[in-house]
Design a protein around this ligand. Structure first.
Ligand SMILES: [Zn+2]
Ligand SMILES: [Zn+2]
Length: 109
């Protein structure tokens, strides 16, 4: 009896949705994700545009910039990324895994 090679079809895999990227560091979002108001709520930004970013990136923004500064000069992701300290942070965090913050927290438990 001749042997027939049956070729199994590869399993159907739906096209993965493009991963959302962090508005600050540009890496795929993972772990704890925050919404950042480009115009802070305290500065009249309720209901205005928000962008998604890693918690670690979001915390960094608010540790460096006051909400008044954010309103005056940093209402776009481009402006945030151009800030010298945030630029240095982005280079630093780029070498960490996207879920870096989350892992750190779990390790402490
Ligand atoms: Zn990020
Ligand atoms: Zn924010």
């Amino acid at each position: 009896m001749p042997r027939r090679h049956r070729q199994a079809l590869p399993p159907y895999e739906p096209e993965p949705a493009a991963p959302a990227l962090c508005a600050l560091c540009g890496r795929p979002l993972a772990g704890v994700v925050n919404k950042h108001h480009l115009l802070p709520i305290s500065q009249g930004g309720a209901g205005t545009q928000t962008v998604l970013m890693h918690k670690i990136c979001h915390d960094k923004i608010h540790s460096i910039l006051s909400e008044a500064e954010l309103r005056r000069h940093y209402q776009t992701p481009e402006a945030l990324r151009a800030h010298p300290e945030l630029d240095a942070f982005i280079r630093w965090v780029a070498k960490r895994p996207p879920e870096f913050y989350d892992r750190t927290r779990r390790a402490k438990r």
